[in-house]
Ligand binder design. Structure first.
Ligand code: SAM
Length: 259
């Protein structure tokens, strides 16, 4: 069993779903900030797809815990106004600013925080990096209750001549964690060999109650919640909703830095 994140070439293609609508929405949030070139922090940036895209609208600091991934991003998704570096979401030791205008984190990154304690730690650290009026944009799934287990989901991703078939299955769901397996088959462009890849990943599942409580405990407030994929404003009705994916905007309640 291999560690998926040590294979940035596969990650880059495996996570390449159609995200045009999401990008447009985030872009509209950035425009609403009313800053000519805002400063953005992108935690757990992976291979830099979103960092490169949003570098058109913002100066970007983007980090990932995996050095291979950061090297890939520097090589393939480099821009003069993006700074890629290695750091951990739980620690944020190396972020060079404390006045970011926005922070962007997606579901496929935040799920790798392993516990509520880690999530709280992340919020506390992030809060210390924000400027007044800045926002945290989180795209995340909430309340998944383990349905659709063992139902493989497959797709083929293509980049140039490279084609990768990906199979994704959630195997089990237990105590706020899901165990998922990803299989990929592709032809290595250097060795020309057929590679069969398999990786197990454990992801954290979040629910409304704990998410809301952890945000409130961190002295932040939920500004807006939009449903996915239609981006309906469900800020007031979300408590009645079943499992889903959402875009959540958080703001600081007070500007005091946490210690
Ligand atoms: C699936 S990738 C997604 C990246 C990006 N959101 C995208 O869609 O392109 C998730 C990334 O989270 C990173 N990651 C996991 N735990 C992390 C942590 N504690 N701190 C920073 N990065 C982390 C992994 O190394 C991986 O590159």
């Amino acid at each position: 069993m291999q560690d998926l994140f040590n294979y940035p070439n596969i990650c880059d293609i495996a996570f390449d779903w159609n995200n045009e609508k999401l990008k447009n929405l985030i872009q509209s949030f950035i425009i609403n900030l009313n800053k000519s070139k805002p400063h953005a922090l992108i935690p757990a940036c992976g291979t830099g797809r979103f960092s490169q895209y949003f570098s058109e609208f913002a100066d970007i600091q983007a980090f990932d815990i995996n050095v291979n991934t950061i090297e890939f991003a520097k090589k393939h998704r480099s821009r003069s106004n993006i700074n890629y570096y290695v750091d951990d979401m739980k620690e944020l030791n190396y972020s060079q600013r404390n006045d970011f205008d926005f922070v962007l984190i997606l579901n496929n990154s935040i799920q790798y925080l392993k516990s509520r304690a880690d999530f709280k730690c992340f919020l506390k650290n992030i809060k210390n990096k924000l400027s007044k009026e800045s926002v945290i944009i989180i795209e995340m799934g909430l309340n998944w209750n383990g349905e659709n287990l063992n139902k493989p989901y497959s797709w083929t991703a293509k980049r140039g001549n490279e084609e990768v078939k990906i199979d994704w299955t959630a195997l089990s769901f237990n105590q706020g964690k899901s165990l998922e397996i990803v299989k990929a088959e592709y032809k290595d462009i250097i060795s020309n060999e057929h590679i069969s890849f398999e990786s197990e990943i454990e992801q954290t599942i979040w629910n409304y109650e704990t998410f809301f409580k952890d945000v409130a405990d961190s002295n932040m407030k939920i500004e807006k919640i939009l449903s996915f994929p239609n981006f309906e404003d469900v800020t007031d009705s979300i408590k009645n909703k079943e499992s889903g994916r959402f875009i959540i905007l958080l703001k600081n309640i007070n500007q005091e830095r946490e210690r």
